[in-house]
Design a binder for this molecule. Structure first.
Ligand SMILES: Cc1cc2nc3c(=O)[nH]c(=O)nc-3n(C[C@H](O)[C@H](O)[C@H](O)COP(=O)(O)O)c2cc1C
Length: 178
């Protein structure tokens, strides 16, 4: 699939074909593409947890309420950031970290690579919802330095979401001056 075509045709898919499984080989290639995203200072602070345990997938909705369809996905990928590995500063006059930004870019690569492989995904938010981050981190038994960033449901599509209307807005672009 052409990159521009992929950008314009990706949709969030929330209904999955129960008879089709994503192979480990295909998923590995998608996760490889995720790791080709740019990162601040090239720190690549991401970690990916792949789950297909139906009990875990069904439990997600009690942690993040907008994930009710996760139980029907073939796989769920938790995109996480290693806060100790990210480009960050903790000083008296400045405190910041690029960990979420880096994870967001990896997540977008993941969504697009999956789409290129004919796999549907839905990005479900985690960070920066602190309660969701804390509960998910504990539930998944993540190491202290690992912050869950996004919950991505994946599976071969059982729906073709309609093309969004009015996505492109010319007035959002400011040429030369605001
Ligand atoms: C940060 C973020 C959090 C999201 N969280 C959820 C979610 O919890 N549940 C859900 O069904 N969709 C979620 N989405 C998907 C959006 O609803 C979807 O991207 C948006 O409606 C645009 O549709 P499209 O992805 O098909 O272009 C999220 C998307 C983003 C970027």
């Amino acid at each position: 699939m052409d990159l521009m075509e992929g950008l314009f045709t990706r949709r969030s898919v929330r209904k999955y074909d129960p008879d089709k499984t994503i192979s480990k080989e295909t998923l590995t290639e998608i996760l490889k593409a995720a790791q080709y995203a740019p990162t601040a200072h090239n720190k690549q602070p991401w970690e990916f947890l792949v789950v297909d345990d139906k009990e875990v997938m069904a439990h997600l909705r009690s942690i993040q309420r907008w994930t009710s369809f996760a139980k029907d996905a073939d796989k769920v990928v938790f995109v996480c950031g290693d806060v100790d590995q990210s480009f960050s500063r903790v000083k008296e006059d400045e405190t910041w970290s690029f960990v979420d930004v880096d994870c967001a870019l990896a997540t977008q690569n993941l969504l697009l690579a999956a789409h290129a492989k004919g796999i549907g995904t839905c990005y479900c938010g985690c960070a920066p919802m602190q309660k969701v981050v804390d509960t998910l981190k504990e539930y998944l038994n993540l190491p202290k330095n690992v912050r869950p960033f996004a919950i991505v449901t994946m599976g071969y599509p059982a729906e073709v979401p309609p093309e969004p209307m009015g996505r492109y807005k010319e007035e959002k672009i400011h040429w030369g001056k605001w």
